[in-house]
Design a binder for this molecule. Structure first.
Ligand SMILES: Cc1ncc(C[n+]2csc(CCOP(=O)(O)OP(=O)(O)O)c2C)c(N)n1
Length: 336
């Protein structure tokens, strides 16, 4: 195994944060990068510079970062329609992300995929998927391939709790359990399937479903990046050692609408509920803990933000100035 690519081998020291070194600052930086990227995507939509829609990940950053930091560079992830955070956490470039969203030739799919179809083989990102639950089969297949090749790679399947209604998920969990495949199913329960609370669509105790297939199942606070990271690390390493698949449920919340155009939300969730969840902002929570444990002060965090804002601005500039693909390649790199 190529240990140089094993991000998870560098285990942080113990401290008042539970883990205690500059690595937590890196986690903070990664989460804030996603937040600032998403805020800029919203601006591009509002200023009519971005074609189509996007589903913002703001509020859920601790899940993507906590899980992806527990992975090796060559491990796989599959993503969803709300996938920008997963791509960035796995190492995607801001420039190529923005370019893809703006339909430009320098984007990850030469501008032909857009927000919901970003894939990046270089970082092990097998692709976002606009079909709810659609990537469960892809992640499980990737895990099967890793096992057959003896590569010790792990595949992570990110999905929203809406995918709990998809039959495919249960077929692949069954196979993964029988064949001890190195796959981690990460259910991001942000409470809503579009405009419907998940309790109106999902019967019973969610944890009992994967448990019924014999999967190691853990339910955690998805707003706490330290909890997500330490739990994901244990489950990923377990899978890497051939001990089989696991299911991680992260309780979280999307702070914005289902998509950028979902502005008036009062008919399906209250302002009070939204405000209550904002008290559990994963970035604010980590900032407080960094300061409490003297790993950072306001100046350190302001400097990180300033640097990131510059990076994000440069990424947008790059994408705005990038060329569109030539019309003659309209039927290249697409499958129908
Ligand atoms: C198979 C399928 N059915 C319906 C849709 C329409 N749709 C898009 S997003 C969504 C809700 C998804 O909720 P969830 O999986 O919890 O993810 P979230 O949007 O909360 O991140 C639905 C029903 C779809 N894209 N695919």
């Amino acid at each position: 195994m190529d240990r140089t690519k094993t991000r998870s081998t560098k285990r942080p020291n113990r401290g008042s944060l539970g883990v205690h070194d500059e690595r937590w600052l890196h986690f903070y930086r990664q989460m804030l990068k996603i937040r600032l990227f998403e805020q800029e995507v919203n601006q591009l939509y509002l200023s009519a510079k971005m074609p189509g829609l996007a589903h913002l990940y703001i509020g859920q950053e601790a899940v993507a970062v906590g899980v992806c930091e527990a992975l090796r560079h060559d491990d796989y992830v599959t993503s969803t329609h709300r996938g920008h955070g997963h791509c960035l956490a796995k190492g995607a470039s801001l420039e190529k992300m923005f370019a893809e969203l703006l339909g430009k030739a320098d984007g990850y799919c030469r501008g032909k995929g857009g927000s919901m179809h970003i894939a990046d083989q270089e970082t092990g990102n097998l692709g976002a998927n606009a079909i709810v639950g659609g990537s469960a089969g892809i992640a499980t297949g990737a895990a099967m391939s890793a096992k057959m090749r003896g590569s010790s790679q792990v595949a992570v399947c990110f999905f929203g709790e809406g995918a709990l209604g998809q039959g495919l998920l249960y077929e692949v969990m069954n196979m993964a359990s029988l064949w001890k495949l190195p796959v981690l199913y990460v259910c991001e329960n942000n409470q809503y399937n579009e405009y419907t609370h998940y309790r109106e669509t999902t019967a019973g105790d969610v944890t009992l479903r994967p448990e019924a297939f014999g999967l190691e199942t853990v339910s955690i606070n998805g707003q706490d990046v330290t909890a997500v990271y330490t739990t994901a690390l244990a489950l990923v390493e377990r899978a890497r050692q051939g001990k089989g698949p696991a299911f991680l449920i992260c309780d979280t919340y999307r702070f914005h609408g289902h998509h950028v155009g979902d502005i008036n939300r009062a008919y399906y969730r209250s302002k009070q509920e939204e405000e209550k969840w904002k008290e559990r902002d994963p970035i604010g929570l980590l900032a407080e803990r960094l300061k409490d444990s003297k790993l950072a002060d306001d100046n350190t965090l302001a400097k990180i933000e300033e640097d990131l804002r510059r990076e994000v601005e440069a990424g947008v500039e790059f994408a705005l100035n990038a060329p569109y693909p030539d019309p003659t390649e309209v039927d290249q790199h697409v499958y129908a």
